[in-house]
Design a protein around this ligand. Structure first.
Ligand code: AMP
Length: 111
């Protein structure tokens, strides 16, 4: 069973794509909790953060580089928040690893 995000990567579902390369896709969250709310998604369906293994670290590095590059391009270096919900008890709803990037709401961690 393909994950929702794998369907977006394979263009079976539409999404608002901010950035894409061979290992990462970044889309706008469909229910934004801040003026900027993006999802940084590896192009491999690792279900949760807890499932990460050594062999996946190339993807983590690629996600980090993409976040830093987008932050520069969108002038977000002074502040953005990264969130990973790990597992159902943390409210994870899509079981394909992703990092939420939230920005442009000052000093408010309600999102
Ligand atoms: P999480 O709850 O951490 O698993 O995050 C999943 C996120 O995916 C939520 O913030 C949803 O709003 C978002 N989401 C669900 N479906 C879509 C979609 N089709 N396109 C973009 N974002 C989505």
């Amino acid at each position: 069973m393909k994950t929702l995000f794998s369907k977006i990567i394979d263009r079976e579902l539409n999404a608002n794509i901010i950035y894409e390369d061979e290992s990462v896709i970044v889309i706008k969250d469909i229910h934004p909790k801040a003026p900027i709310h993006w999802l940084i998604i590896p192009k491999i369906p690792i279900p949760t953060f807890q499932d990460l293994q050594k062999e996946h670290f190339g993807y983590l590095l690629a996600m980090t580089e993409v976040i830093q590059k987008l932050a520069k391009e969108h002038s977000l270096e002074k502040g953005y928040r990264l969130v990973v919900n790990n597992g159902p008890d943390a409210g994870q709803s899509v079981f394909h690893l992703h990092i939420h990037l939230l920005a442009q709401r000052a000093h408010n961690h309600d999102f």
